[in-house]
Design a protein around this ligand. Sequence first.
Ligand code: DQA
Length: 143
Amino acid sequence: LPILLLNGPNLNMLGARQPEVYGTATLEDVVALVERTAAEHGFGVQALQTNHEGEMIDAIGAARGAISGIVINPAAWTHTSVALIDALVLPEVPIIEVHLSNVHARESFRHHSYVSPIAAGVIAGFGIAGYEYAVRHLVTLVS
Ligand code: DQA
């Protein structure tokens, strides 16, 4: 079963968005990196980026029973959304939380994550390489 790759709000602007914080790689680069890494381990990828919380929640619900695990950068919803974590636990698959930036070195409102307590692991501050590491770890959990 494929890995579900989820990217939250404003990550469609990756590359153009505060490159000093998030780097110059684009969302397309992220998806390509995740697809390449997953393929090395024989996994496909289902990718979604959305700026609409309900759309992400619907996609997670629809993926129930049809995915092996989740790699998610919840972006700002990390710090705000109970609805998102309620959805994320439904598929009962391992979740890896990724942040491009080191959220702990930034504003205090970025220090708390609703997602971390339900995640198998959390990666922050490695730029887009964090997505690759997330996939490499996820496949060890689900293979
Ligand atoms: C982010 C960190 C969040 O605090 C922020 O709201 C984002 C991106 C990151 O990848 O570093 O949108 O998740």
